[in-house]
Design a protein. Structure first.
Lengths: 624, 301
């Protein structure tokens, strides 16, 4: 029993008014009489006038006022919840990288799993469970079932990933737990309050926080430099509260290149130069110093090998040709860049380019491993369009770049000039989005994909007037450079971030071998590519009949890798924190009594009217 | 107000056939007139006597002087009037309960008796008495003895307002101090006075050999006890003394019983002393009281 709006209990003050009225009535209305002689034999009141004399009318009026006051305050009772809700529990596991940190003899996740299995061991007959994991996204691993063995198996199959746990994913997991009367949340740090706003009505949340504070070293970034020319840089960070030794080893295409130990100050960061590289190819950096979290102790990069490759830039604007050539050489100094005006360019069948860039021009049939189409021209000819001709559905005089590939909005939108609005094929993935400056309607700014001929990238905005060299619009240059890097990277050797969508060309049946040696069969999509999202840091191998591709997944997240704060005490477990469902919930467990109270008030008023009527009949109304 | 009924021509016409009842025959009666036994102004010759110096020459019997040459004074039987004083209680208790209009009833009855008396050429006056802050006030009209003068009483009747204490004995004492001849005194009061007071007043009037008639006025509420039910603080209109009572059926019965007891007590007292006692309970009963009850009791005939 409770009150939905306790402030309205102020209406019960009317009872005090009623008592005051009765006391006032009791405190004698004065009646002037001719003489007290006539009242000698009239009985005096038994009780003192200061004592409230209650009668049936008083109690009826008090009952009516009390009922109405309680109705205004929203008196409710908790009704018994349905049996199914009473016995349904949801287990939500944080599968972020932090849960993989060592804690005692196992990992934090092992502690959580142990708690979960203990809950399962004490489960009542008929109690059902659902298992949900989350990191970047929420994933229901097991639908509601009362088969404890299946639940136990699902819990045992869970494993932490090399992904940061997002608050939004926790919120989504809580939403998926709708229908559960109790939710057991297994985390290694307190969940953000904002995420708990999604707690389903009527569900009790039990937070099982596991893991002790731990020291951790992480590789923040790895820049390989230029083979034979420029030194690379590796950034390492110490998340501990004390200084730490960091033994770092870097391989250049599986050949030892760098091995040294540095001292990192508490919560400090160091930039360690190395190289330059001798060979190019995959570059691997490893922290050999033991720490709590292994996922951020290894990082990969790709350094293009120092062999000369050709690139072509076609644009009617000589300034654009010059700017793009400079950018290409900055990305890979080994490129031999050819620039030309499309109107005077005739492709030769013998020329095979590593990358062909078309600005405001059609593809005249250039042979290239990769293509970058900038500010695509709409196809206005009557004949069939050439390959890689995008559908231009509109043109804008001005536009804004608002979002990059990671889905995070830019701090400030980048104002751009003329832009084409494109209808992209389904095999392309949008890397950056923009918006119409006037209407705000979103559309793709940059995109990339793979078709049968190789990698294809597109930039929708015009880069004339030295846009790429404008320091005020640096994001346009960054987006273009990222796209060029991905276009010229070998398809069979990719370096990505964990959680990113990876597409690898395959022929025939394929299988994916994860860093933990687990094997997953895979099938190619319509474009002949296997797509997956690496969840572990390390080397993935996509093996098919004719070829094998290597995908190196890197993990680093400053918040997730920081194991020194927001964790449980050294015992590894914090006391269970219970969060009751919101009291304002209008779920099936609450039964407002407003209608019943109103009916009671009406009955009391009717009873009062009957009593008054009887008195009126008895005494007549003339003197009343 | 009820007192205006006393000047209603229709009401007065019904009183025309009545005369004031007089119990003591201190004067000879001749027809409907009351005759005194003393010589004086009159129209009925009584005797003759010799003229003495100082006699009023108007009463010389000139015929006898001419025939006998003797100065003879003719004496007449004096026609004596009875002084009627209608003393009306104008204390505060006569004003409550307001709806009962006790003062209006008292004034109407008193004026009615005055009208009847004036029709017989009796000398009548109305007196209102009450004890104000300044002391006992006796507000009286001059004696009027002719019916034509009856309307002159109207301003007095309509002017009197209730207020103050009754002090019946003191008022009687003041009347007796006037040392007027014996006459008829009609007391119109609710008798809501201190214990023994009205007895004292009546005894003093009787001791002065007045013929006393007592009209006991009470309101309908007082005699029935019908008050709004509830818990009340009642306040005495004259003394201001208060008391808490519970008004209801039982209280009504107690009030009725008390009023009956007071009335019976007064009636017994009056009967024992030859005083005419008349109940005038309820303003609605004015006609009944004036036309039937008063004749029945001999107050008027």
């Amino acid at each position: 029993m409770g009150l939905l709006d306790p402030l309205n209990l102020i209406f019960l003050a009317s009872l005090a008014v009623l008592v005051a009225i009765y006391l006032r009535a009791r405190a004698r209305p004065t009646l002037e009489v001719s003489s007290l002689i006539l009242f000698d034999e009239v009985a005096a009141p038994i009780a003192s006038s200061r004592v409230l004399r209650t009668d049936a009318l008083f109690w009826l009026e008090a009952a009516a006022l009390a009922a109405l006051g309680l109705a205004m305050a929203g008196l409710y009772i908790k009704t018994a919840a349905p049996l199914a809700r009473q016995t349904h529990r949801a287990m939500i596991f944080d599968l972020g990288a932090g849960m993989g940190a060592l804690s005692g003899s196992g990992t934090r996740f092992d502690l959580a799993r142990r708690d979960a299995l203990a809950i399962l061991d004490s489960a009542r007959p008929g109690e059902s469970f659902t298992v949900i994991g989350y990191a970047l996204e929420a994933d229901q691993r097991l639908p509601p079932t009362s088969k404890i063995n299946r639940v136990r198996a699902a819990v045992n199959n869970l494993a932490p990933s090399a992904l940061p746990a997002r608050a939004a994913a926790l919120g989504a997991a809580l939403v998926r737990a709708r229908g559960a009367t109790q939710i057991d949340l297994f985390v290694d740090r307190p969940p953000p309050p904002a995420a708990l706003a999604s707690l389903p009505a009527g569900a009790t949340l039990a937070i099982h926080q596991v893991g002790a504070p731990a020291d951790n070293l992480a590789i923040v970034s790895l820049e390989p430099g230029t083979v034979g020319a420029e030194r690379g840089r590796c950034v390492v960070r110490n998340f501990s509260d004390r200084a730490a030794l960091c033994e770092l080893e870097i391989d250049d295409d599986s050949r030892p290149l760098f091995h040294d130990t540095v001292v990192l100050e508490p919560h400090g960061q160091a930039v360690i130069p190395f190289g330059p590289l001798d060979h190019g190819g995959p570059v691997q950096a490893r922290i050999l110093t033991p720490d709590a979290l292994a996922a951020d102790n290894i990082r990969y990069a790709y350094a293009p090998p120092p062999r000369a490759e050709k690139a072509l830039v076609l644009s009617p604007d000589p300034d654009v040709r010059d700017d793009v050539a400079h950018v290409l050489l900055a990305v890979n100094p080994n490129l031999i860049v050819t620039t030309a005006d499309p109107s005077s360019f005739a492709p030769k069948t013998s020329d095979l380019y590593r990358l062909a860039v078309f600005h405001d021009a059609y593809d005249p049939g250039v042979a290239a491993h990769a293509r970058l189409i900038i500010f695509p021209q709409p196809w206005l000819e009557r004949r069939a369009p050439p390959a890689h001709q995008f559908d231009v559905v509109g043109s804008l005089v001005q536009s804004e770049m608002q979002e990059r590939t990671d889905g995070v909005a830019l701090a400030q939108p980048v104002h751009l000039g003329p832009t084409r609005v494109l209808a992209l094929p389904s095999w392309m993935e949008i890397e950056a989005r923009g918006a119409n400056g006037a209407t705000g309607a979103p559309f793709p700014m940059t995109a990339m994909g793979y078709d049968a001929s190789g990698a294809v990238g597109v930039v929708a905005f015009d880069i004339g007037d030295h846009l790429l060299l404008d320091p005020d619009r640096l994001e346009a240059l960054v987006a273009t450079v990222d796209l060029i890097k991905r276009l010229i990277a070998p398809q069979r050797l990719q370096v990505v971030e964990t959680g990113a969508s990876v597409g690898v060309p395959v022929s025939g049946p394929a299988r994916i071998v994860a860093p933990d040696r687990s094997v997953t069969p895979a099938t190619a999509d319509d474009a002949g590519r296997v797509r997956f999202e690496p969840a572990l840091a390390g080397e993935y191998r996509v093996e098919s009949e004719a070829q094998t591709a290597e995908v190196y997944a890197n993990y680093f997240d400053a918040a997730e890798s920081d194991l020194s704060t927001d964790t449980a005490p050294s015992s590894g477990r914090r006391p269970l924190e219970i969060i009751e469902p919101p009291s304002h919930s209008t779920g099936g467990g609450l039964e407002p009594l407003g209608l019943i109270l109103t009916v009671l008030a009406l009955l009391a008023l009717v009873g009062e009217s009957v009593l008054l009527g009887r008195k009126a009949l008895r005494w007549g109304l003339r003197d009343a | 107000m009820l007192e205006s009924r006393a000047f209603d021509p229709a009401f007065l016409r019904r009183l025309d056939g009545l005369v004031l009842g007089v119990q003591r025959a201190r004067t000879a009666r001749s027809g409907r007139r009351t005759l005194g036994r003393v010589q004086g102004l009159g129209i009925e010759p009584e005797n003759f006597r010799e003229y003495n110096e100082g006699d009023d020459l108007r009463f010389l019997d000139w015929n006898t002087y001419a025939r006998l040459d003797e100065l003879t004074i003719r004496t007449f039987r004096a026609e004596r009037q009875v002084e009627v004083t209608v003393a009306i209680d104008a204390s505060a208790s006569m004003g409550v309960p307001r709806g009962d209009d006790k003062l209006g009833l008292a004034m109407a009855l008193g004026a009615s008796l005055a009208y009847v008396a004036m029709a017989s050429n009796e000398a009548v006056r109305l007196v209102a008495f009450a004890a104000r802050r300044s002391g006992l006030e006796l507000d009286a009209t001059p004696f009027r003895s002719r019916r034509e003068m009856y309307p002159a009483l109207r301003p007095f009747v309509e002017r009197i307002r209730c207020g103050g204490e009754t002090r019946l004995a003191e008022a009687v004492g003041r009347l007796l101090l006037e040392r007027r001849g014996r006459g008829i005194i009609v007391l119109v009061t609710d008798l809501l006075v201190a214990a023994g007071e009205y007895e004292e007043a009546l005894d003093r009037l009787l001791a002065a050999r007045h013929e006393v008639k007592l009209v006991h006025v009470l309101g309908h509420s007082e005699t029935s006890g019908e008050y709004p039910p509830g818990n009340y603080l009642i306040r005495d209109s004259e003394t201001g003394v208060t008391s808490e009572v519970i008004l209801g059926p039982r209280a009504a019965e107690a009030c009725r019983r008390r009023a009956d007891h007071l009335s019976a007590q007064a009636e017994a007292f009056c009967r024992a002393r030859g005083v005419v006692y008349a109940r005038a309970f309820g303003a609605a009963n004015l006609d009944e009281i004036a036309m039937r009850e008063f004749p029945r009791l001999g107050i008027v005939r």
